[in-house]
Design a protein around this ligand. Structure first.
Ligand SMILES: [Zn+2]
Length: 375
């Protein structure tokens, strides 16, 4: 795919991308991927991040609840954290883990990628005990955690998820939202139910983020946000980061995937049974099965990412749009946005609709502002 690391326009500052969601830590931990080397297996590595103008990147800590639960989920969360820390230790000239906006600016001045930590789903704490959960949250805050995604696709002890018919925040959920803000951790409502988002907005005055979510008005799936919630997040000074997953960009793609999900689900169950003692084999067989079944799914495009950016800008405000590509968390990517090196192409497309300053906001400055506000 063609790309250029050149600035968007000669007259503007070099591109600064701050992306709020990447799942490459899974590949680092499970497949021993070294992001310091050019990779073929992942969407993200430090080489392509630099070509893409990425100055700051949130790495997601995601314990898949279909694989691990309870103590196993907490072990997995810590192992993912350790994998990101090892990468920073192995490449100190290129990647530095930070937690503050000022530290991001320092790394930016020195041309180093600022890495930040986000957690995807409170099931990753691996406990239903409120005391234990709060102490694990405090421990992760000390390790540098900067956002907590309340749920993944599964409702949990804190909140209801978007896709499993869950309700809103529980009383522990309300407590954790307040505790996150006290500890300087952003609350991330991507994957959460509409009721959860409303509850979070009503129990806190601080800005919140959706680290990787799109506009439901353009692609009607539960994972995307309706206009009233986009507006409310924008009014509160928060940011909605646009996800590149084709199934959240285009309803046509979402419908085609929906048909295939129902076809591959029994196969996935059979693989879980066959490889119940070998998680790595199971994952590989599962990826092969899904890759086979998504052949022929219609393509989404970079232009559709621009459409979601434009919609969120119109409804929530230009200050409320960001990017959270979800690289390495999806098997399909849109045409024109194949990997972490593709952001300059997106910036060029956005510059046809928005001013240079607005493009800078969308690409990273808006998210940086919110990170600075909740510290
Ligand atoms: Zn996700």
């Amino acid at each position: 795919m063609w790309y250029s690391a050149a600035p968007v326009k000669r007259s503007t500052a070099p591109l600064f991308v701050f992306d709020s969601h990447c799942d490459v830590a899974l590949a680092m931990l499970d497949q021993g991927v070294d992001i310091g080397r050019k990779q073929r297996r992942t969407h993200f590595d430090l080489h392509r991040a630099q070509a893409g103008g990425i100055g700051a990147q949130f790495f997601a800590l995601f314990a898949d609840p279909t694989e691990v639960r309870g103590a196993g989920a907490w072990r997995r969360t810590r192992a993912l954290l350790a994998a990101v820390e090892r990468a920073a230790a192995a490449h100190p000239q290129r990647l530095s883990l930070v937690r503050t906006a000022s530290a991001i600016q320092r790394q930016r001045a020195e041309g180093r990628l600022a890495g930040l930590l986000g957690m995807e789903g409170a099931h990753g704490f691996g406990t239903r005990s409120s005391d234990l959960l709060l102490s694990r949250l405090a421990w992760l805050a000390k390790q540098g955690l900067r956002y907590l995604g309340l749920t993944w696709n599964n409702s949990n002890v804190l909140a209801g998820a978007a896709v499993d018919g869950g309700g809103g925040l529980t009383s522990l959920g309300r407590r954790v939202v307040r505790e996150c803000h006290r500890l300087g951790i952003l609350v991330d409502i991507s994957h959460s139910s509409d009721a959860t988002v409303r509850d979070v907005l009503s129990c806190s005055k601080k800005p919140i983020i959706a680290s990787h979510s799109n506009a439901r008005a353009l692609c009607d799936v539960p994972r995307n946000l309706p206009d009233d919630l986009l507006r409310a997040i924008g009014r509160r000074g928060g940011v909605v980061s646009i996800n590149f997953f084709p199934g959240f960009l285009s309803k046509r793609v979402a419908d085609a995937l929906e048909v295939r999900y129902s076809l591959w689900a029994p196969g996935v169950e059979r693989l879980a049974e066959r490889y119940k003692d070998d998680l790595e084999q199971r994952r590989r067989a599962q990826v092969r099965l899904i890759r086979r079944s998504i052949r022929g799914v219609p393509r989404a495009t970079l232009a559709q990412v621009v459409d979601h950016v434009s919609h969120v800008a119109r409804v929530a405000g230009i200050h409320a749009v960001g990017l959270g590509a979800d690289f390495d968390g999806m098997l399909l990517t849109p045409d024109g946005l194949a990997d972490a090196s593709a952001y300059p192409a997106l910036a060029r497309a956005l510059s046809r609709k928005f001013s240079a300053r607005e493009v800078q906001g969308i690409m990273g400055e808006n998210l940086l502002r919110v990170v600075a506000e909740v510290e």
